[in-house]
Structures are given as C-alpha cells and as structure tokens.
Design a protein around this ligand. Structure first.
Ligand code: FAD
Ligand code: SF4
Length: 491
C-alpha cells in the first residue's frame, strides 16, 4: 500500500517528534517501499569520466523515504555508524521538510556528510543495523541516500552553516596527510579551539577522495565544498609538503606544534610478483587512478596522459578494482574485465559499485588468477596466462579461500593490466620517527585512544588499519581528536 499524499502533506506541517507520528501509523510506514536512486543511463554515463552516476533524490522522494523510519526507541542504526550520527533525528527533520536542520544534525558528528552519503558501504554499516533489515529482513531505510540528500541540499542552498568554534586556546597541532581521517580530526580539533594545520604531500587536499575515487562516483566539487567549511572553521591547509622530507616532526615541534595526528594512509601499491609483471602496460591501480583523477589524464588536451587499452584486465574485486575498470571503460576500452580469484559473493566492493559495473557492461571473470604475462617486441603486455580457482574452506577473514584447479590454465589477450590487489601503509612517517612502534605490516601501533608509542603522536585511518574505509578513517580521526584534547589538557 502506498502512503497517502494527504497524510504526507499533513505530516510536513508538523515538527520533529510531535503528534504527527501518531497520525502516520507504523504499519503505514512499513508498507512504503524503499526509494530507488535516480541514475544516469549506462550508455550515456560511460562516455564521460566526470558524469556522476547517481543523480540524488528529489525532495519528494527524500521525504517519502524518510517517512519509512520508525524512530525506534533503541535506534541500532546509530551503533552501526562509526561517527555516531543521530540517524533518526536527521531523518525526522527530512520527513518534516526541514532539510537544513537535517544537515546540521549530520555535521554535529560528521565533517564530510556529502562524501559519506556517496561512498560509505552503508549495507555493511548503519543500514545493516536498521530495524527493517535486522529484525524484519526487509529493505533498510536508505540512510546513505538521505544523508547525501540533506548534505547536497545544504551545499546547493548556498546556506552552508559553519559549526560553532570554541574561543582559540592558542595551542598549535598538526595533521600529516589530508585524507578523511585527518579531515575529521581537524574539524573536531578546530571546534575545540585549537590552531590546526594540515600538511599534505600532494598538490590537492583530500587524500583518496581526490586522487582515488573517480568523479563519476564522487565529484571533486562536492569534496571542495566540504573543505571550504573546514577552512572557514580556521583549519590551515599546506600542500606540497612531505612531512619527513620537507620538514621532520622534530622541525615542526621546534616551530611550536604540540601534538600530531598521522593520517598518512596506505598509498603503497601491492603487486603479485608473477613473471612478466614488469612489462609496459601493467600498472598499479594507484598510479592509474591518480593519473586520471588528479592529473586529469582523461582530458586529451592535458600533458599528463595515461596508457589506454582495448582489452583491459583489472586484477582484484574491491572498490579500487571497480573504480579502475569503470574508468578504463570510460576511456574507451572495448573489453573491460575484472579478474577476481573468488566468486561474486566474496567481493569486498560496495554492492552498488558492482551493480553499476554490471550495468555498464564490465565483464566479470571470477574464480580466476593471473600467473604470467607475455609481451610484444616493444615490451608491451599482449597476453596473460590465467589459472582457474575454486572455493575451499573459509580463511581468517571468514571468506572462503580460493584453491587452484590444477590443469585449468588458459590464456587471454590483454593490452593493459591494472593491478588492484591491495595497498600497504606509506612507510615515510613510520621510518622517519625515532622509537615509533610499528607492526610487522608497517602500520602504526596505537592504543584504544589512537595514541602511539610517542605520547604526542596520534594516528588513525589506513596508516593504522591498512586499507579500510572512509568512515572508519573518520571515526579514528574523531577518537584521536578527543584523546589528543585530553592529553593536551593534562600535559
Ligand atoms: P588517505 O585517504 O590515503 O590520505 C592520506 C593522505 O596522506 C594522502 O593524501 C597522502 O598524499 C598524504 N601523505 C602520506 N604521507 C605523507 C607525508 N609524509 N606528508 C604529508 N602527507 C602525506 N572507502 C569507502 O569507504 N568507500 C569507497 O567507496 C572507497 N573507494 C575507494 C576507492 C579507491 C580507488 C581507493 C584507493 C580507496 C577507496 N576506499 C573507499 C578506501 C578509503 O578511501 C580509505 O580507506 C580512506 O581514504 C583512508 O583515509 P586516510 O585518511 O587514512 O588516508
Ligand atoms: Fe530508522 Fe532503521 Fe534507524 Fe530504526 S534502525 S531509527 S527504522 S533508520
């Protein structure tokens, strides 16, 4: 049964948690089906690198979706959000058409809601814990779509509010790296009245949000608008500054910085070390995506090009692999293929990215693994040898392990191979800070307060977790800001 328009109209006049809830019964709310995100058509969107696939909800769609929320007494969705957004509260503001207030609720705990609404794996986080999903096995409330809606509405309204800032306490603190972990840390430290500087090695602020995730999923202008607010909050951004090279942490301490947050990420690509992997035309997803996104190699008039291919194989099944293969398709690949050693069910990529890739004609060659590459007389890759796999027992991640099927090898033509099998932490900070405790994988060891073995140095995001997610990095940034504040107050 669809919700009656009359009830919706009446409901819009009311305020959050007033008697409107009594008028729209839970059984009516539960009968509304989950909204579908409007999308650009695959044939059209695959012609442009910078055309966003999801178009965002209309006001009407957002209000209707928001009215599905039951405003549970124990809202478990909040537990599923690493930055603890008050989910029912912002959703009720949307239901009540107070979209700017909904955005304010988001910004109480999330410095980048327009980003998170687009890229968080909601199906594994807040939406997984939504009452509908958890208890009724129905489609959860589209929390991510609603988060994006409220944040975009505020950005488009030109009335972006700057969160309240405590009076300056004059204490200088710095972040190393400008990815989501540092940005979320910076927002919280600025709110507490600190003098915050973020040092970034590249010429753009945003970390993976700028150099990794393509425009068709996360437009740079959306990230820039969120950065503007941090700037208005007094956060200073310094680009082209490599901590450990341009200046060491000791140099910065001499300049008066009292504490540091290391959010330097995991930007070191991994390779498979199979024969022929050094041929031309085989590159890491990091290099490929950075050239396209940050250096704008998709614009042919630009003088920083990227190799193009007709038969492009992307090795891996995560978000990075999906972004690479969909980019290759947009750059003109005739066959854009995912080669993944497990099955579709084990793919770590966001469900929506896999769906979009399938719609765009990406070929999935699952349960397969490359074991050797061959090249033409110019040293450019032209073929690869692949081995078939089957699934065995679950490994430590709980996913079933791929096992080689003997005698199952086959060859295929390729002229571009992008390796997207994971990343390792950036080694510069761990290796340039004396006495810093580091794990055997190169990640920085921290306690549950995100504090390292050097008390003035806190860390979070991928440099602590290895490759993880935007929202986990942001949750770390928030925890580190809280702990650093305690540390500096007690110092
Ligand atoms: P990063 O975002 O990696 O930022 C670290 C920054 O530190 C970089 O800008 C780097 O240049 C800088 N830096 C490093 N060393 C120094 C130094 N010595 N001095 C100064 N600066 C330094 N997650 C999701 O949740 N959803 C997705 O859809 C998703 N898609 C992804 C797609 C791609 C292509 C990639 C690569 C990752 C994706 N992720 C996704 C993962 C997510 O982006 C990361 O987990 C997250 O960005 C980690 O944040 P961070 O702040 O720890 O580091
Ligand atoms: Fe709303 Fe679902 Fe959260 Fe309950 S669990 S408050 S229904 S979003």
């Amino acid at each position: 049964m669809a919700i009656s328009t009359d009830i919706l109209k009446e409901e819009r006049k009311a305020t959050w948690r007033d008697d409107l809830r009594k008028k729209l019964k839970n059984k009516d709310r539960m009968n509304i089906s989950r909204v579908k995100m409007p999308e650009e058509e695959p044939e059209k969107r695959t012609r442009f690198q910078d055309m966003e696939v999801n178009k965002g909800l209309t006001c009407e769609q957002a209000v209707k979706e928001a009215s599905r929320c039951l405003d549970c007494a124990n809202p478990t969705c909040i537990e599923g959000c690493p930055v603890s957004i008050n989910i029912p509260k912002f959703i009720k503001y949307i239901e009540n058409e107070d979209f700017l207030e909904a955005a304010s609720v988001l910004k109480e705990t999330n410095a980048l809601p327009a980003v998170c609404g687009r890229v968080c794996p909601q199906e594994k986080q807040c939406e997984l814990k939504c009452f509908y999903k958890d208890k009724l096995e129905k489609d959860p409330v589209a929390i991510g779509y609603l988060e994006r809606f409220a944040a975009d509405y505020e950005q488009d309204s030109g009335k972006m509010r700057v969160p309240e800032i405590a009076p300056s306490n004059g204490t200088k603190v710095a972040a190393i790296g400008s990815g989501p972990a540092s940005l979320s840390w910076a927002g919280d430290m600025a709110k507490l009245g600190y003098d915050v500087t973020v040092f970034e090695a590249l010429h753009e602020i945003g970390g993976v949000l700028k150099y990794g995730i393509p425009e068709f999923r996360l437009p740079n202008k959306v990230v820039d608008k969120e950065l503007e607010i941090l700037e208005k909050m007094g956060v200073r951004f310094v680009t082209n500054f490599i901590v450990g090279r341009t200046a060491t942490i000791e140099d910065l301490q001499a300049e008066g910085f009292q504490a540091f947050f290391v959010g330097s990420g995991a930007g070191l690509p991994r390779f498979m070390n199979v024969p022929g992997e050094n041929y031309n035309g085989i590159l890491s997803s990091n290099e490929y995506l950075t050239r396209v996104n940050l250096m704008r190699a998709y614009d042919k008039s630009n003088d920083t090009p990227v190799l193009q291919g007709k038969n492009v194989a992307v090795i891996g099944g995560g978000n990075t692999a999906m972004d690479s293969v969909r980019t290759a398709k947009r750059l003109g690949a005739e066959r854009a293929m995912i080669i993944y050693r497990r099955s579709m069910e084990e793919m770590p990529a966001r469900v929506e990215e896999v769906k979009h890739a399938l719609e765009e004609g990406i070929e999935f060659i699952n349960l397969a693994n490359p074991i050797e590459y061959y090249a033409d007389e110019h040293g450019r890759v032209n073929r690869m040898r692949v081995q078939r796999m089957e699934l065995g027992e679950p490994d430590s991640s709980g996913r079933r392990s791929p096992v080689v099927i003997e005698g199952s090898e086959f060859e295929m033509d390729v002229d571009l191979v992008i390796v997207a099998i994971g990343v390792s932490p950036n080694p510069l900070i761990p290796s340039s800070v004396h006495d810093l405790k580091v794990s055997r994988w190169g990640t920085i060891d921290v306690n549950n307060q995100m504090q390292s073995s050097k008390p003035e140095l806190f860390a979070g995001g991928d440099i602590v977790r290895g490759g993880a997610t935007v929202i986990l990095a942001m949750g770390d940034g928030r925890q580190a800001a809280n702990s650093m504040h305690q540390y500096l107050q007690n110092k």
